[in-house]
Write a protein that binds this ligand. Structure first.
Ligand code: ATP
Ligand code: MG
Length: 411
């Protein structure tokens, strides 16, 4: 059962009408999320092409007359990319970088920043349960979650009050209703953020996670804070719920699946023992990179960047084209750089296919979709992911990083 949370307010049983309103709002959230995800995906491609072109022009003539404008283009594209990341967070498709994190350490590390943020009129108390629990989450996103919740709490306490951040754990034996969702059985680390602020009226409570829902339009609220939090939590396999009483305060509780292992990821499967037959890896000579991307503008940009970095490039507009080129005797690539989401065979399938012949082939995947959205543990599969949009310089750097030393020195 859930850990008893002492001072926490309990949720009243959800009435049937409210339940169906919550279902409707969950459906709305999902469709907005799907829409945003689709748009964001296309935007990522466009932004990569825009900033990549500017970057290429700038590197050709760094002190030329157009340099300041080109830098402005790159800066604006970067701002656009940040917006897209926010959209993707609640579309649950944000490319993320999950690691094993000590929840207590992450919360403690935010303490100083939160104190400054909350000002002197809000008393901050941090209660860390021992022993601490580990969770697997992108640490930057975890910070973002705590920050958004703390900022909302501050806004709800204009005359001061108290903010309590606590960690704990829960072992859930039976599915537990959580608003429109359900908390499945499992072992969780729990994070609570509770304030003594204005509270949320019951009729608004089901809407707070909706994108763009805000009661702070006048103060410049975007209504994206909680939908971002919700997206991050769900993307990390967790759950979130809010309890509130008008005039008493609000508590957000987050359940994150506990990471039981000790190491960061399961050790990669041992490669099969060396055999007598010549390893295909040894056939990999030269400096040819197989580059697969279905977006023509991105394909030619990336191709130019790689060539400028000293590589030979075998460009292909699809996985099928790539395989055909290789069958027809194109040079054996020393690495694969591929988009993940493409019509036809996707980048993951292509990588698997190529590794049948060349198990050590370095693979760099480029995608706006998250590892969880792909449903794979990329680290265990020795696949490196570069989120879109990317800077051309990063593409080259990431590629060099996965090449064996000798090859990386190509220039
Ligand atoms: N701790 C809280 N106490 C009272 N109301 C809250 C609290 N947290 C969220 N809310 C309500 O939920 C709404 C949505 O919150 P959300 O963080 O998504 O957007 P916002 O804070 O209005 O804007 P933004 O975070 O984009 O600046 C808020 O406008 C507020 O009405
Ligand atoms: Mg907010």
């Amino acid at each position: 059962r859930l850990r008893d949370s002492g001072a926490l307010l309990r949720v009243a049983p959800v009435a049937a009408a409210e339940q169906s309103a919550q279902n409707a709002s969950a459906a709305r959230l999902q469709s907005v999320g799907a829409l945003a995800g689709g748009i964001a995906h296309d935007f990522n491609n466009l932004l990569t092409a825009i900033s990549g072109s500017a970057e290429a022009a700038l590197s050709r003539d760094p002190d030329g007359p157009a340099a300041p404008e080109l830098r402005q283009v790159m800066e604006s594209a970067a701002r656009g990319a940040a917006l897209v990341r926010q959209l993707l967070a609640f579309a649950r498709q944000q490319a993320m970088n999950p690691r094993v994190v000590e929840l207590n350490d992450a919360v403690a590390a935010m303490g100083g920043l939160l104190k400054r943020l909350l000002g002197s009129r809000v008393r901050l108390s941090v209660e860390l349960e021992q022993p601490g629990r580990r969770v697997r989450i992108d640490p930057t996103q975890l910070d973002q979650v705590i920050m958004n919740l703390a900022l909302n709490a501050r806004d709800a306490m204009p005359d001061g009050g108290s903010l309590r951040i606590a960690t704990g754990h829960a072992v859930v034996l039976h599915p537990e209703p959580l608003g429109a969702e359900e908390l499945p059985p499992g072992r969780y680390a729990v994070l609570e953020v509770g304030d003594s602020g204005a509270g949320i009226p019951p009729d608004l409570l089901p809407r707070i996670f909706d994108p763009f829902f805000t009661t702070k339009r006048d103060q410049g609220g975007s209504g994206l804070g909680l939908s971002t939090v919700h997206g991050i939590v769900r993307q990390s396999g967790g759950f979130i719920a809010a309890e509130s009483r008008v005039g008493e305060g609000t508590t957000f509780r987050i359940w994150l699946p506990r990471h039981e292992g000790t190491s960061d990821s399961p050790p990669p499967a041992e490669p099969p023992p060396a055999v007598v037959a010549p390893k295909p890896a040894e056939a990999r000579e030269g400096r040819t990179i197989l580059l697969v991307e279905d977006e023509p503008a991105l394909l030619s940009l990336a191709e130019r960047a790689l060539r400028r970095a000293g590589f030979d490039v075998l460009p292909a507009a699809s996985a099928e084209d790539a395989l055909e080129l290789l069958e027809k005797g194109a040079p054996t690539p020393i690495a694969l750089v591929s988009d993940v989401v493409m019509p036809g065979m996707d980048g993951l399938a292509l990588a698997a296919k190529l590794r049948e012949r060349d198990p050590d082939l370095p693979v760099l995947l480029v995608s706006g979709y998250a590892e969880v959205a792909l449903g794979r543990d990329l680290e265990a599969e020795r696949l490196k992911l570069l989120p879109k949009p990317y800077a051309l310089a990063d593409l080259v750097a990431e590629l060099r990083a996965i090449l064996p030393r000798k090859r990386a020195e190509v220039s």
